[in-house]
Design a protein around this ligand. Structure first.
Ligand code: MF3
Ligand code: CO
Ligand code: CO
Length: 268
């Protein structure tokens, strides 16, 4: 069935459908796939070189130089005024941490490194949370569960799944483990621009929301908190988001493609 036929079928059933612009062409998908390969190589490089005693500015330098070396451009730099090439979010920082020379990684920290690469105009976006040295058991469990939340969502959804199934699976697994899910920041369509529609919720009710059509490309990037789900924005830099209660937060992000038969991870 083509797009118009699918649209008609689901609209008859009263199920919201994606906008035509949300469906990528073969050529666009190939470009995003290439951007994703670079982005994944950059995160692999960081994973091998991150260590206690380095600054988040050191991560900035590695991401910036490796992305260039692999033929890409760092999307965050100057994006809506963001001052650096990568987001580095430590411990109670939920996301959008800004690298700087004074922030030194300590034994026992957890840090999310979030990279977005542009290649031939196409975007891919992914992040991982790394353990620095010896991390205590509870923080390790938080990081493990946040990864499981993402992987469970990816293995649960198929073409023609409903969008809110993603959040349903994530929230269920987080809660079963005594953790909470941040509501204010979500995943997003990605590929032609950094942030596109639709907004991808990391919480909610199954069997609701729009139907996912083959050709959709978006991120899933749940932020899982140890304590309260509530967060606040850094009033000085207007970017960094922290947990309200000072509990730690962990995140992993993939860029995924809905295919005719399943789901393909384009960046991880
Ligand atoms: N990479 C983040 C995301 O997953 C967005 C960062 S915006 C920036 O959507 F400007 F802070 F880079
Ligand atoms: Co993203
Ligand atoms: Co990201």
């Amino acid at each position: 069935m083509n797009f118009e036929e699918l649209e008609k079928k689901y609209q008859k059933l009263g199920i919201p459908t994606p906008k035509k612009e949300m469906i990528k062409t073969k050529e666009q998908i190939e470009g995003i796939r290439q951007a994703g390969i670079i982005n994944t190589k950059v995160l692999d490089y960081i994973e091998q070189h991150i260590h206690p005693g380095m600054s988040t500015e050191d991560i900035e330098q590695m991401v910036s130089s490796k992305t260039k070396e692999y033929g890409g451009i760092c999307a965050p730099l100057n994006y809506e005024g963001f001052p650096k090439s990568v987001c580095t979010s430590i411990n109670d920082q939920v996301c959008h941490g800004i690298p700087d020379v004074h922030t030194i990684l300590k034994n026992g920290d957890i840090i999310n490194v979030d990279c977005t690469t542009i290649y031939k105009g196409y975007y891919a976006d992914a992040s991982r949370t790394f353990l620095i040295g010896n991390v205590d058991a509870e923080a390790k469990r938080l990081v493990q569960v946040s990864k499981e939340c993402l992987d469970l969502a990816v293995s649960y959804i198929k073409p023609f799944s409903r969008l809110r199934d993603i959040g349903y699976v994530i929230e269920k697994h987080a809660k079963e483990n005594g953790f909470s899910v941040v509501h204010e920041v979500g995943g997003h369509g990605v590929g032609i621009e950094f942030h596109e529609d639709p907004f991808i919720y990391h919480y909610g009710q199954k069997n609701t929301g729009m139907v996912l059509f083959p050709g959709m490309v978006f991120t899933i990037e749940p932020m899982i908190n140890e304590g309260s789900r509530h967060v606040f924005l850094d009033a000085e830099n207007n970017w960094t988001i922290y947990t309200d209660d000072g509990g730690w937060s962990s995140q992993f992000e993939y860029t995924v493609l809905i295919t005719e038969t399943g789901i393909e991870i384009l960046a991880h």
